[in-house]
Design a protein around this ligand. Structure first.
Ligand code: TRP
Length: 336
């Protein structure tokens, strides 16, 4: 049987927060310890062009995300860890895939449709107003990321599932026309990867501005935790853990016995202030060792840069010969 190849892309638009940690980074690093499978993790920096973000933010975010994965102990000897823009073969493949991508398929992409809908709703005469080709072709670039390394499994959130299915469609169309060149990927939707709630009780997300940065300094971490929304129940009144952001987050960081104990304390009417203090201690305890390393890496971006470049060298050992094969298949060949 063929070895499974897992591939995860991380867009470089933001500071890693505890929701990213619990939902993607921690399970990703855990999974990479399985030496029976291959793992690719990369910073999808070219994807950020779709929205014309601030260049300094993109670069800062790239550093922070890379430093976070490294500080938390990703084994880069086994796992491939690189930056998309260091692998020019991915962009070449993107154009090649454009040749087998139906325009109609892109018309059906949720993210593109959502942008069109926003224009229509706001009464714009041009339904495509402000929509770049990079946004429209986003799924093709993502397909190139996936197909370049013969990924079989792509762990993603529900919102990215359609993109992985599109990559599969595109690969199938290519194989049908040019022969069996691509491996067909499939999305893996994490059932047990927790989705954390943020300060205001909605899903923790940078677009809601309700996040807790993973490596916030102790003082700031405590301050943010004190801001988490609770209800107005008084100390001594029993509280419901199933409807508590504090409890959800606690559970994601604590040992099972600790969580069981907190459940009892909820029933006994723990004060919200006290629960916040316990939550702070619990998160701080699990993040503290990596925080020191993260701070060191942020102060020495050249170390992170070198690690990424080393990852790109390894990844290109696969990408370069494979792209040569793909080019031969489509008729872009040496003439003699
Ligand atoms: N689009 C993904 C996201 O927003 C990031 C991504 C880019 C990706 N390329 C990928 C994810 C390839 C998986 C595979 O989360």
């Amino acid at each position: 049987m063929r070895q499974d190849v897992y591939l995860t892309g991380i867009t470089t638009t933001g500071t890693p927060h505890i929701g990213n940690y619990v939902g993607a980074i921690r399970p990703g690093i855990e999974a990479s310890k399985d030496l029976e499978t291959r793992h690719f993790y990369f910073l999808a920096d070219y994807h950020s062009l779709a929205k014309n973000e601030d260049p300094d933010k993109i670069s800062r975010s790239t550093l922070e995300i890379a430093a976070a994965w490294l500080a938390l102990g990703l084994d880069t000897e086994h796992a491939f860890f690189y930056r998309q823009s260091d692998i020019p073969e991915i962009l070449e493949l993107t154009w090649i895939l454009h040749g087998v991508t139906a325009k109609g398929l892109m018309n059906r992409a949720h993210s593109y449709k959502a942008s069109v809908q926003t224009n229509v709703d706001s009464g714009n005469r041009d339904a495509d107003k402000g929509i770049t080709m990079a946004l429209y072709s986003y799924p093709v670039l993502m397909a190139a990321d996936i197909l370049m390394f013969k990924s079989t499994k792509v762990p993603v959130g529900q919102d990215q599932k359609q993109h992985v299915e599109m990559a599969r469609d595109i690969a199938q169309r290519f194989n049908h026309h040019y022969g069996e060149v691509f491996v067909l990927p499939e999305a893996v939707i994490g059932e047990n990867t927790a989705v954390l709630k943020g300060l205001d009780g909605r899903k923790m997300s940078k677009s809601y501005g309700n996040t807790i940065p993973l490596f916030a300094e102790e003082k700031r971490l405590r301050k943010l935790i004190m801001k988490i929304k609770t209800n107005s129940l008084e100390p001594g009144e029993p509280k419901d853990p199933s409807d508590s952001t504090l409890f959800d987050i606690y559970q994601a960081f604590a040992e099972p016995e600790e969580t069981a104990e907190i459940k009892r304390q909820y029933a006994a009417g723990i004060a919200w202030g006290e629960m916040k203090q316990l939550l702070f201690e619990c998160i701080n305890r699990s993040i503290k060792p990596a925080r020191a390393e993260y701070t060191r890496l942020i102060a020495h971006p050249e170390i992170v840069e070198a690690r990424l470049l080393a990852g790109a060298v390894r990844a290109r050992e696969i990408a370069v010969p494979y792209l040569a094969e793909i080019r031969r298949a489509i008729g872009i060949r040496k003439l003699g």
